[in-house]
Write a protein that binds this ligand. Structure first.
Ligand SMILES: [Zn+2]
Length: 310
């Protein structure tokens, strides 16, 4: 397969991956991941491993534990320390390959497909490990910062998961929670980025906060369907227009929600195509993946960004 060949050429072995990770992680030279010190010594016998003897103290943010890069024995770290690739039996090259294939496949690729591509269909016993790798990589696709959406923006919601018999009923008011469905809200700037999030509490302030947070006040158009959720937007000064899906009106000039609906159908397929049952806990990770890929669809090398975030 062409994409796999391109990958193998770029990353022929474990050392090529380590070299690349080192460059992406520390473009200005290797720094201690514990204290940030830049005078570290590479261990001659163990390439891509360093020791820091800064004598500095630092506090572990999650545990509050005080850690020292001891002057005598030093603190040892490797190129994968404090990355998503840490504590793993799989070689770095398998992580890179999974991340690469996830990003080049425009519609997303399931962990099962990836597993088959790498190990053949007969070796399903290690499938869970591949699935975990996918999940960790999705975690590295989380956008830490983004700009408010401008231009023409579409806002819509989608319901994911739930029982098979309810999947095709479309949108309607009802007790979705009891059907096990999870609501996701999203806003997309045509020709631009998408932002989406899981709805924890389906109340007015959730929708209101989402719009205020994601959409710029200087937007040219906000298009939604007729849902009650956004009825207040005009009174806030937003140029809000609706299409009335109930009356089978889907497009009125620029007013439609077709871009975000295409995104939903990709997302729905991606989530449904997973071998593991979709769970609420995992959904934000899928949202990260699909958003990351969409928002970098014109970038030359989204993979480079993934590796520097990892
Ligand atoms: Zn240090």
């Amino acid at each position: 397969m062409q994409t796999q060949d391109a990958f193998d050429k770029r990353f022929p072995d474990e050392n090529a991956c380590r070299e690349y990770l080192k460059k992406m992680r520390w473009p200005d030279g290797v720094k201690c991941p514990r204290c940030g010190h830049d005078k570290v010594y590479e261990l001659k016998a163990r390439p891509f491993n360093w020791v820091c003897k800064s004598g500095k103290e630092s506090v572990n943010k999650s545990t509050g534990e005080v850690l020292t890069c001891n002057k005598k024995n030093g603190y040892r770290f490797s190129v994968i320390t404090h990355t998503v690739f840490e504590n793993t039996k799989r070689p770095l090259v398998s992580w890179f390959k999974i991340g690469y294939l996830m990003l080049v496949s425009k519609k997303g690729i399931s962990a099962l497909q990836l597993h088959r591509m790498m190990f053949g269909s007969k070796h399903l016993d290690n499938y869970h490990t591949t699935w975990c790798q996918c999940m960790r990589l999705r975690g590295a696709m989380r956008d830490s910062e983004w700009e408010q959406l401008m231009g023409e923006v579409e806002i819509d919601e989608v319901y994911l998961g739930g029982k098979e018999k309810n999947k095709h009923k479309g949108k309607r008011v009802g007790n979705w929670a009891s059907q096990g469905k999870t609501e996701v809200i999203g806003a997309i700037a045509r020709k631009g980025n998408i932002v989406c999030q899981m709805v924890e509490e389906a109340d007015f302030s959730t929708y209101d906060n989402f719009v205020r947070k994601t959409v710029s006040g200087r937007v040219n158009l906000i298009a939604t369907d007729e849902t009650f959720r956004y009825r207040h937007l005009r009174s806030l000064g937003f140029p809000h227009e609706i299409v009335t899906h109930k009356r089978e009106e889907y497009v009125r000039g620029k007013v439609h929600t077709q871009n975000i609906e295409s995104f939903w159908s990709l997302l729905r397929r991606g989530v449904m195509g997973t071998y593991h049952k979709m769970s609420r806990d995992y959904l934000p990770l899928y949202l990260s993946e699909f958003t990351f890929r969409h928002n970098r669809r014109h970038d030359d090398d989204p993979f480079a960004e993934l590796i520097s975030n990892a």
